[in-house]
Design a protein around this ligand. Structure first.
Ligand code: ADP
Ligand code: MG
Ligand code: ZN
Length: 193
């Protein structure tokens, strides 16, 4: 069985940075990985995972969780996979997929491949972040993970530890793409205020 690691926390807590660190560590160990990201997120770069400091990693952009499974299965049935076995997959912005991402992650791990994934813990309203179809939320994935990395940021309002994502502006949609222009990390006190 592969191991499932979920990295979570508010925006700017360093989730993508941690994902990229773990990926580069696997590169040092010469263990082959695939990197995926959902189509929805094109804030910085279409075909790369990019953190808020501009560090990049090329990614396979997919529309659905099944595409991740398809990519993995295609590789496993190829000749190349006998020479270079696939050891890990990395998935950024996991909350932007539909809930079947959970089944796909479990399925991939059953093939003996480790899954590293990261996603937001809460919405801008402080609710567990739902997957796109709202059937499951990130908490389910956290509960099913073998390892959990829960990060925090710095409150943009007071400098204390921030565990919440505050949205600037009026929109009430769950998903509104943006960076520092539209979001802040906040401690619970400043979030409520
Ligand atoms: P995430 O994927 O969790 O949104 P990133 O890994 O992309 O976060 O970015 C983390 C980086 O964001 C930090 O290393 C820091 O340089 C920067 N940053 C900007 N605002 C904040 C903040 N309020 N708290 C912490 N880091 C911040
Ligand atoms: Mg990120
Ligand atoms: Zn604060």
């Amino acid at each position: 069985m592969g191991k499932i690691t979920t990295i979570t926390g508010p925006m700017f807590s360093g989730k993508t940075t941690e994902l990229l660190r773990l990926k580069s560590r696997e590169e040092v160990a010469k263990r082959h990985s695939f990197v995926f990201k959902p189509k929805l997120d094109n804030r910085y770069d279409e075909k790369s995972i990019v953190n808020h400091n501009g560090i990049k990693e090329e990614a396979i952009v997919v529309n659905s969780p099944l595409e991740i499974l398809k990519n993995v299965e295609e590789y496993l049935s190829s000749q190349r996979s006998k020479e270079i076995p696939l050891v890990n997959i990395f998935i950024d912005e996991v909350q932007f997929f539909t809930s079947d991402i959970i089944d796909v992650i479990l399925e991939v791990s059953k093939k003996g491949i480790n899954v590293f994934t990261c996603g937001l813990n809460q919405t801008f309203e402080g609710k567990p972040f739902p997957f796109k179809d709202k059937k499951e939320h990130i908490g389910t994935l956290m509960a099913l993970s073998d390892f959990l990395i829960h990060l925090d940021a710095v409150c943009n309002h007071c400098g204390e530890t921030a565990t919440k994502t505050y949205r600037l502006g009026e929109s009430k949609e769950t998903v509104v793409l943006g960076g520092t222009d539209s979001y802040q990390a906040r401690c619970t006190k400043c979030f409520r205020k």
